[in-house]
Design a protein around this ligand. Sequence first.
Ligand SMILES: CC(C)(COP(=O)(O)OP(=O)(O)OC[C@H]1O[C@@H](n2cnc3c(N)ncnc32)[C@H](O)[C@@H]1OP(=O)(O)O)[C@@H](O)C(=O)NCCC(=O)NCCS
Length: 182
Amino acid sequence: MTLEVSVLPDEGLLFNSAIHCYTEAFSLPPYRDPKRGEEVHARLQSTHKYIDGFQAFIATDPAATYEVIGMCYGYKSKRGQWWHDTVKQKLTESLLPIWFDSAYELVEIAVQPKEQGRGIGTLLINYLLDKRTEPGCVLSTRTDSQAHELYERLGFSTLGQIEFNNRTVPYYIMGKTFRHKI
Ligand SMILES: CC(C)(COP(=O)(O)OP(=O)(O)OC[C@H]1O[C@@H](n2cnc3c(N)ncnc32)[C@H](O)[C@@H]1OP(=O)(O)O)[C@@H](O)C(=O)NCCC(=O)NCCS
């Protein structure tokens, strides 16, 4: 299948389809969280899209123009943001990379369940990170999902493991250096 990757629009059919794609992906185990799509929708529109460095991409099949089969976004990770401050507080200082305070954050990624395992996640992450000028990228991922295997393949390593207060399972904190940019 030929895929097209484009910027997530602010609203409209493609935006709604991206949220639908996210909802489908996170409705399945281990997440089982069909409400998470609505929450991400609200966070995107109220705050995330205004954060410095925000970039969001979608993958579509040209044969089904308005069906999003994958989406991802990120922004600059900075002090004052909930995720940044929580990770910094919970992860042992020595495990944090020296560039943590100026890192890019891969915030969300989801691929339609029926399309997973075909390289779409890899493609989207490459689009998101290819031209970033930060020294590296950080993210968190549930220890009971397979996603960390993908991140490892893309050069991320595990910095440590933490528990977020509002979540039931531990998360890996992962980071990848953009070596040429340090
Ligand atoms: C994680 C996710 C975005 C990866 O996208 P993808 O298009 O399936 O990824 P790719 O095809 O590029 O890479 C596949 C790799 O991802 C990993 N992976 C994670 N979840 C997977 C899944 N449900 N199906 C297949 N591979 C999965 C595997 O390690 C696989 O490795 P392999 O290529 O050696 O087999 C996608 O599977 C997904 O949406 N999962 C549910 C939501 C999620 O976990 N998001 C990430 C939260 S941190």
